[in-house]
Design a protein around this ligand. Structure first.
Ligand SMILES: [Zn+2]
Length: 303
């Protein structure tokens, strides 16, 4: 018979395993993005759906900009929804709040809602363009309360990164007909994302004392279509579980609305900032365009 002491040990072990479960959801912004130098938008959507299915990831989220919806764009969002993925709101025109003002910004969210809420898999989640939630408290709070009134939650990320800039470098190389070392490109894409995940995980462990259900920011671009399978395999190899965004937003940090203005590095960093960490310690070194550009030159990814 198992003794009370052994039972306690088992429970503690289970508890610690549970605490250190490393979980992450995949989310793709700016859908439906236009044709790239490698894939048309439609082809890219087909590849993403196929790879997610092949690698047994039943649900990711696509944060969409309704301003980009032409007939093919509508078809692509429908394909994502019908494949079991989530369609959510990333605004109509992807504006900066400080350019358009609070009222126009809220109207832009509502316009996107009208266009997106018919799609299969739609959820009332809002991902702020550029992860910017307002430069002053008044702006931030007005938008937060408008989202509350609409029945929305904040579709935050916990792992910010510069995948969009790697895509920019890649597309530029395609345009310039450079020779591309795809093995190296894959390696550096995964390295950048992995560094980002580890960086925010470290902050989470320090700030929350546990591993939260993470939300990875990606963009619906050619690099994602090229390397999504490699990324999934890599993360699983490192002991991470790919979870659905729905599951991720059940984490208690979803209810923790940080009273800070620094929200652009994601939810974990915002909570760390609220708890007194310095802003400069919440941005990792490779979240820097010049750094990445120089690194790609040094590594000779494109020739
Ligand atoms: Zn965006």
């Amino acid at each position: 018979m198992i003794s009370a002491k052994n039972l306690l040990t088992c429970l503690l072990l289970f508890q610690s395993l549970f605490n250190f479960a490393q979980e992450i959801a995949l989310t793709f912004d700016d859908a439906p993005r236009s044709d790239g130098g490698l894939y048309t938008g439609l082809k890219r959507s087909e590849i993403l759906i196929k790879k997610l299915e092949q690698y047994n990831v039943p649900q990711v989220a696509f944060f969409a900009n309704s301003g980009k919806l032409d007939a093919v764009g509508e078809l692509r969002l429908k394909m994502y929804g019908q494949a079991g993925h989530i369609i959510a709101n990333h605004s109509h025109t992807h504006p900066h709040i400080h350019d358009v003002g609070v009222e126009n910004f809220i109207d832009d969210i509502k316009e996107a809602h009208q266009a997106l809420n018919q799609f299969p898999g739609f959820r009332p989640w809002f991902r702020f363009p550029f992860l910017e939630e307002g430069r002053d408290e008044n702006t931030r709070d007005q938008i937060r309360s408008a989202l509350d009134d609409m029945g929305y939650i904040n579709g935050y990320v916990t792992v910010d990164n510069y995948d969009y800039y790697l895509e920019f470098l890649y597309q530029q190389a395609l345009k310039e007909n450079k020779k591309i070392n795809y093995d190296l490109l894959q390696e550096l894409y995964i390295e950048h994302l992995w560094e980002s995940i580890q960086f925010y995980q470290k902050i989470a462990l320090k700030t929350l004392g546990r591993s939260p259900k993470h939300v990875l920011l990606l963009h619906e671009n050619d690099l994602a279509a090229l390397f999504l399978d490699d990324l999934i395999s890599f993360l699983r190899g490192e002991g991470w579980l790919i979870i659905s965004p729905e599951e991720a937003y059940k984490d208690p940090i979803a209810q923790h609305i940080p009273k800070v203005l620094m929200n652009g590095q994601g939810r974990v960093a915002a909570i760390a900032k609220e708890k007194g960490m310095a802003g400069k310690d919440l941005v990792q070194k490779s979240e820097d365009e010049q750094y990445l550009k120089d690194y790609f030159i040094k590594k000779k990814v494109f020739r």
